[in-house]
Design a binder for this molecule. Structure first.
Ligand code: NDP
Length: 338
């Protein structure tokens, strides 16, 4: 990373590519370290927050920034090439929550998690069994608290998190309305089983479009985008509805002083709505993670869980990939294969 991003700008030129990394030096490994060859780097919206120009006046914002002059980090999976740790051997699959955008990386053994080779591909561990899918499960379970027959609206429904939300919603007997920003994404959301769809770029008035797609009203809104669409969705909620506040991608790259506040807060009070946010937690072997992994394994085996990947080739594609999340140019979970 060469410089922080000005407001409203997603410029791949903020980054430079360093080809000088020497071939991995196995002899330089210290005790209890592993040398890992990157196989898949997860490109995620929250990474945009950490390259924002630091703004100490906004106390509500995340204050962490990636250091300049260094590779940025994120979730990644790779194969152990060499190890001085008794816990890992060459050939093991591992994942790190702090994987640098590098072809090879050295980790302390405690900073990587060994992955079972039970999936079709190592990519599945950052995809259908990974962070976005776990986030969808957490949001539906903790915040959505669905009851069969209810109606759920989900934004960014063709994305990494959204596509799993749609399918988990159907598995729980919900009527699902998916929102996305292009015709091909809308077709995909329908194929996932959505009962209704909204293309938010062409639908015109959001409230009208939601009410047309769900005349019975919305019991759960799984919000991936925030901003204007959230505001509109609040006006379509039923009494005792729940809003799962997952993310607000429409606001991450904007000048915070120019973002209009939520206007329809009153609807929350009148309809006695519960808003709940939640954060993905790195896999820690918690009971809810066990439930997630078991259900996903069953759904995948039964061919009831599709998971679309948007895979980009080469490390140099990572900056553009990150930018693409904010213009909707990704289609499915965005991953870079270095
Ligand atoms: P996606 O794969 O859904 O990609 C992002 C999508 O967001 C784009 O493809 C685009 O879809 C849509 N989008 C981009 N800009 C806008 C905008 N201005 N208005 C409306 N839609 C927009 O990303 P993820 O599934 O990884 O993330 C989805 C959300 O979930 C994000 O807000 C993210 O921060 C959040 N998240 C939260 C987590 C948590 O722990 N709470 C963990 C992981 C993600 P389209 O073409 O349909 O517009």
């Amino acid at each position: 990373l060469q410089s922080y991003a000005p407001k409203d700008v997603h410029s791949p030129s903020l980054f430079s590519v360093d080809d000088s990394q020497a071939a991995p030096d196995v002899a330089a490994l210290q005790q209890n370290q592993v040398l890992v060859k990157a196989e898949a780097l997860s490109i995620d919206p929250h990474q945009r927050r950490f390259i924002d120009i630091p703004d100490s006046s906004n106390k509500a914002a995340y204050q962490f920034r990636y250091p300049l002059g260094k590779p940025i980090v994120g979730i990644g999976a790779g194969i152990v090439v060499a190890s001085t740790s008794s816990q890992f051997s060459a050939g093991d699959w591992v994942r790190s929550e702090q994987f640098p955008w590098q072809t090879y990386a050295v980790f302390a053994d405690q900073d990587v998690v060994k992955l079972p080779k039970t999936t079709a591909s190592i990519v599945d561990h950052i995809g259908v069994f990974g962070m976005p899918a776990f986030t969808a499960f957490l949001g539906i379970t903790l915040a959505g608290q669905p009851k069969a027959g209810e109606t759920m609206l989900v934004s960014a429904a063709a994305g990494a998190v959204g596509q799993v939300v749609v399918q988990l919603g159907k598995a729980r007997g919900l009527r699902v309305i998916g929102v996305a920003g292009s015709d091909d994404k809308i077709e995909y959301v329908k194929r996932l089983g959505a009962d209704g769809v909204i293309n938010y770029r062409t639908c015109g008035d959001f409230v009208h479009a939601i009410k047309q797609a769900a005349p019975e009203g919305i019991d759960i809104y799984f919000d991936n985008v925030g901003g204007e669409f959230l505001d509109a969705a609040l006006l379509t909620l039923n009494v005792h509805a729940r809003v799962a506040l997952c993310g607000s991608i429409s606001t991450y790259a904007s000048d915070k002083s120019k973002i209009a506040g939520i206007k329809n807060l009153d609807a929350i009070i009148v309809k006695q709505v519960t808003l709940r946010s939640f954060h993905y937690q790195p896999h820690l072997g918690t009971p809810i993670e066990t439930d997630f992994l078991e259900e996903m394994a069953q759904l995948v085996a039964a061919n009831q869980m599709q998971f679309k990947l948007d895979q980009r080739e080469g490390l140099a594609s990572a900056p553009q990939a990150l930018a693409d999340l904010f213009s909707g140019r990704n289609f499915g979970k965005l991953i870079v294969r270095p």
